[in-house]
Write a protein that binds this ligand. Sequence first.
Ligand SMILES: Cc1cn([C@H]2C[C@H](O)[C@@H](COP(=O)(O)OP(=O)(O)OP(=O)(O)O)O2)c(=O)[nH]c1=O
Length: 186
Amino acid sequence: MLILASASPRRAELLKQLQVPFRQVSVDLDESVKSGEEPRDYVVRLARAKAEAGWRQEGHVDPVLGADTAVICQNRILGKPADENDFRRMLTLLSGATHQVMTAVALRNDRGLQHRLVLTDVSFKVLTRAEMDWYWQSGEPTDKAGGYGIQGLAGRFVTRIQGSYSAVVGLPLYETAELLREQNLL
Ligand SMILES: Cc1cn([C@H]2C[C@H](O)[C@@H](COP(=O)(O)OP(=O)(O)OP(=O)(O)O)O2)c(=O)[nH]c1=O
């Protein structure tokens, strides 16, 4: 059975849309950025590392999917906010601007390790202080790259998206289906 190497409930929900049976495991990884590493290299490296870690952890038998999402603004990688100040710093960068969401998905099986990288542009309205306060109070930002979730309350801040909605939420469905089909898993 396919394995999703992710603790994210959102990724599991998205993968269900592909109607392939899977089980979910979590893997523990160092997610720090290497010095001088380009954002796209970083998300690809992490997605591949998650798939590889799952493959090793679960005994090199079942195919394993891993994914990683990062929000890139002014060539800076915004991870999950460490605290409220960090959240405000991130939302101030995103306010009234267009940023890029990078999601990589990787599939490891006995034939090797494949991946896809998906880039999506997301534009935000100008955010007021009151909107930032309200959004922080909701509790939603804490576990999300860039400090927001497009699928939740922050949906109202998004004026435009160009690319893959499912990739922004955490798992690009078209590209994941493509990877699975190539390996005769779909
Ligand atoms: C930008 C954005 C991110 N996110 C989420 C997707 C990811 O779950 C998370 C980015 O962190 P990740 O480190 O990619 O993933 P994760 O730690 O949640 O799960 P795992 O490593 O176990 O697979 O932010 C949203 O849910 N909505 C959004 O609009």
